[in-house]
Design a protein. Structure first.
Ligand code: ATP
Length: 199
């Protein structure tokens, strides 16, 4: 188990996954909350069975996997269902993430969170990836081919930039190119190696 955990968060399209991949390049284990939330609802998992029992067979696709779009629609139309699902999945997600970190052989581990989450007790340090909002819109537009208005709506539903920045121990500003981002990650890596060795 690595005993030093660095969290990464940031708004939609800020570059969290890109930053996490750069840490992976350096051999650092990354536990990804989005991935964990998908893993724990794979067919046969406890949460999967509970969801099928609650919502019936319409929540399953032909190949047996969950129809996530249907489920998303359900939980956004009924708050009690959303709370039920959050309650059901919280523990298994946390277990999945701690399990990944426990088995990490790197000097420290990265915990990549979805956009709306602040620092948790599991983390020793928190990185916030920050990007100019207009660049954020254009990068997401290019990646997902979404409508600009939808992207702005999602951004508005997320914690405000200032609030996110207030969670940060370290800020990675991602307005430059990938070469400069890589250099920043490599510099923080050196810092974390030192901090982890004293933890
Ligand atoms: P989400 O919150 O939607 O999961 P994210 O924060 O993980 O997004 P990424 O997917 O890493 O963000 O980055 C968003 C897009 O911007 C991607 O297409 C990525 O390749 C691109 N990108 C990230 N950083 C840079 C950069 N420094 N230069 C150019 N493109 C970048």
């Amino acid at each position: 188990m690595t005993n030093y955990v660095v969290g990464i968060t940031g708004g939609i399209g800020s570059g969290k996954s890109t930053v996490a991949e750069l840490f992976e390049e350096l051999g650092i284990t990354v536990a990804d909350a989005d991935q964990a939330s998908r893993d724990i609802v794979k067919p046969g998992e406890t949460a999967y069975l509970a969801i099928v029992e609650k919502f019936g067979s319409s929540v399953i696709l032909g190949d047996g996997t969950l129809n996530r779009a249907y489920l998303r629609e359900k939980i956004f139309s009924r708050k009690s269902d959303r709370l039920w699902l959050e309650n059901l999945t919280h523990m298994p997600i946390m277990q999945n993430l701690t399990n990944t970190l426990r088995h990490a052989e790197s000097a420290y581990g990265i915990l990549m969170l979805s956009t709306g989450i602040g620092k948790s007790p599991l983390m020793h340090r928190m990185i916030v990836v920050d990007v100019d909002p207009e660049l954020q819109v254009s990068r997401v537009k290019q990646r997902d081919h979404n409508d600009e208005s939808l992207i702005r709506k999602i951004m508005a539903s997320q914690p405000k930039r200032e609030e996110r920045l207030s969670w940060a121990d370290d800020i990675i500003e991602n307005n430059g190119d990938l070469t400069s981002l890589r250099q920043k990650v490599y510099d923080f890596h050196e810092t974390y190696l030192k901090l982890a060795s004293h933890a």
